[in-house]
Design a protein around this ligand. Structure first.
Ligand code: PLP
Length: 225
């Protein structure tokens, strides 16, 4: 496949299909600077990466007004490399990681927005907290001490399957958890984002209540790992 597919055309098509209040994260992992620049040139400003080092290298070479989202599984020892600029971390799935993000955000005199990743898929390989774990964490005294983070919502990945009913029921779980928790309001918890939906399932995710979709291959073409 042509690696520099029609990026601007793809973006236009997707944007015309999604409601205006749904945020599009262009997932640029493994893709070159030139591809990101092409998307940037037609107005895209939010890009998602799943490796810290790759994100840092790209950030240094690209315009400063890009909002960088970390969408991958994150190791604690990598947080410091992106703490000065990351706009939103999608995959936070444990309290120790939250503490480290808070510490590095504090070192950089800023607040870092985070989404808690919920495990909605039946596959063992997907990371995340269970819906039952989330409430107690958000209401714990230890959490309230973390004033350099802001939990702005939840993120989830559905099972990799063709079974639309199963995917729908997993998205419904995320939406239901969000609805239950969104009344929890504190200085570091302001839930308003539901990050779900990728190239293969974003129309369904939006019907299930997604407010932020993470789309890679439908914009930039297939990845060769
Ligand atoms: C790669 C990735 C995506 C984008 O996947 P596509 O199928 O290429 O749209 C979305 N979310 C996460 C967490 C990813 O790792």
């Amino acid at each position: 496949m042509n690696s520099n597919m029609n990026i601007s055309e793809n973006l236009k098509t997707i944007k015309s299909q999604i409601p205006q209040d749904v945020t599009l994260v262009a997932v640029s992992k493994t893709k070159p600077i030139s591809a990101i620049q092409e998307a940037y040139n037609v107005g895209q400003r939010i890009f998602g990466e799943n490796k810290v080092q790759e994100m840092v290298e790209k950030q240094e070479k690209l315009p400063e007004d890009i909002k960088w989202h970390m969408i991958g599984h994150l190791q604690r020892n990598k947080v410091k490399y992106m703490a000065s600029f990351v706009d939103l971390i999608h995959g936070v799935d444990n309290f120790k990681l939250l503490k480290e993000i808070n510490k590095q955000a504090s070192n950089n005199k800023r607040v870092i927005n985070c989404l808690l990743q919920l495990k909605i898929a039946s596959e063992d390989s997907k990371f995340g907290m269970t819906p039952e774990e989330v409430g107690p964490i958000l209401q714990s005294p230890a959490f309230s001490e973390l004033q350099h983070i802001n939990i702005v919502g939840f993120m989830g990945m559905a099972t990799f399957t063709d079974d639309q009913e199963q995917i729908k029921s997993e998205f419904d779980t995320l939406k239901t958890t969000f609805e239950k928790m969104k009344t929890i309001k504190s200085t570091n918890c302001n839930l308003h984002i539901i990050s779900m939906g990728m190239s293969g399932d974003y129309p369904l995710a939006i019907r299930c209540g997604s407010t932020m979709i993470r789309v890679g291959s439908s914009i930039f073409g297939a990845r060769n790992y």
